[in-house]
Design a protein around this ligand. Structure first.
Ligand code: ZN
Length: 412
């Protein structure tokens, strides 16, 4: 830190003070405000803070917070790691994360998909991990195609950055394929509704098993270096490892874990060392956390978009385990709830289901159309008290999730 120019040192110090005051005032962890003030005083602060460090950027529509956490955990043998653990995934958050760990030689930064070009340009990150792209509450299919196009330009201009990309996602593959060096990871693709046409030419994509290719041009699935199959992963040399020790549940987290293994092996951390460290991660920013309340064990699952709902369904307790769903439509959730119609809720048939949240009526209309029996309740408490003591899975979108998490005790 002491080799930063004076102006940058001041920017960091003032940013820290602002973050601290923001925390004292009870306004979150302060990383956004701290970073914002720092960048205002020194617009090149991110570049300066990134200098002389080995950085990883992690981006995707889903799983980036979890994967950032997994990579950070697996890199601990290398020493101190700077990371934006609380999901502040824009440059302001990156500045705060790096400023908070001035002596860390390594950094793992979750990056909003739209900021990948800017953050890559400013930090010259050594490794960029790209996992999946799908429509969400804000972006529809055409927008994610434009986004992948921006990744292509950014990676083409960053020949020193190595890319780790999920070759089971055609759009990610296209977005990554201008990079000078890529490790392809067959990490699986659960949600396919956004990849029926070729991002290169618009022709139809044919699929056969895990393989895919365009019928009209040469764009097709690259040969993977790492392969996830079920609960096992095959590394580039052909050795196979079990992922059964992971505490984070479901297919999506196995996919996040194999991406993490591929990333850390770039820094010389082999799977034998990395796997036990991945297995230590139990919950990430409240996701998958269970809380006890009045004899109920409530497990919190966050789903922000259609692909996220599939991931949550994948980890539900076996039927007929009860499920509560909570949907809000505040700023971070997107005001428009029409994406509810992209999710196939029929999988919930035969379970006791409670619907709540500010937009419970939208949810009710959707569940009714899917022939799912449900009970409409005013708040999550009513759902919790209505289920018999035992396990309850709660799936909620962003602000609904935060509300429930606060309601039952903010657990990390
Ligand atoms: Zn094509």
């Amino acid at each position: 830190m002491s080799d930063l120019p004076l102006r940058a040192q001041m920017a960091v110090a003032l940013g820290r003070t602002a973050a601290k005051m923001s925390r004292l005032a009870g306004r979150g962890d302060g990383s956004v405000i701290g970073g914002r003030i720092g960048l205002k005083l020194d617009p090149e602060l991110l570049t300066r803070l990134a200098r002389d460090r080995k950085l990883v950027l992690v981006s995707a529509t889903n799983g980036k917070t979890t994967t950032t956490r997994l990579i950070t955990s697996a890199m601990t043998p290398l020493g101190q790691i700077a990371t934006n653990a609380f999901g502040a995934n824009m440059p302001t958050g990156h500045v705060s994360a790096l400023a908070a760990a001035p002596d860390a030689k390594y950094g793992v930064l979750e990056c909003d998909e739209k900021y990948v070009p800017l953050v890559l340009r400013e930090t010259g990150a050594n490794v960029v991990a790209l996992m999946n792209l799908s429509r969400d509450q804000m972006d529809r299919a055409a927008e994610i195609w434009l986004l992948a196009g921006k990744w292509r330009k950014a990676l083409e201009a960053a020949p020193h950055s190595h890319v780790i990309a999920n070759c089971d996602d055609p759009l990610v593959t296209w977005g990554a394929s201008t990079a000078k060096s890529v490790t392809w990871v067959a990490a699986g693709q659960h949600w396919r509704e956004d990849s029926w046409s070729c991002p290169e030419c618009g022709g139809p994509l044919d699929r056969e098993g895990v393989d895919w290719g365009c019928r009209e041009c040469s764009f097709s699935r690259p040969k993977p270096d790492w392969i996830l199959h079920g609960e096992r992963v095959t590394a580039p040399g052909g050795r196979t490892y079990e992922l059964t020790g992971l505490q984070l549940p479901g297919r999506a987290n196995r996919s996040n874990a194999v991406i993490a293994l591929a990333v850390v092996s770039q820094f010389g951390v082999e799977p034998e060392t990395a796997l036990p460290l991945l297995a230590q991660v139990k919950s990430v920013a409240g996701r998958y956390t269970t809380v006890e309340h009045e004899g109920r064990t409530i497990r919190l699952l966050l789903s922000k978009n259609p692909a996220g709902w599939l991931e949550a369904f994948d980890v539900l307790q076996p039927a007929p385990g009860p499920v509560a769903l909570s949907i809000n439509a505040q700023g971070p959730d997107g005001r428009d709830t029409s994406w509810l119609w992209d999710v196939d809720y029929r999988i919930l048939r035969g379970r006791p289901v409670w619907a709540t949240g500010e937009r419970r009526l939208d949810l009710a209309a959707r569940l009714e159309a899917a022939d799912v029996d449900f009970t409409l309740v005013d708040d999550i408490d009513q759902a919790v008290m209505a289920v018999p003591p035992g396990h309850l899975d709660v799936i909620a979108n962003y602000t609904a999730f935060q509300h429930i998490r606060t309601r039952y005790g903010r657990v990390v």
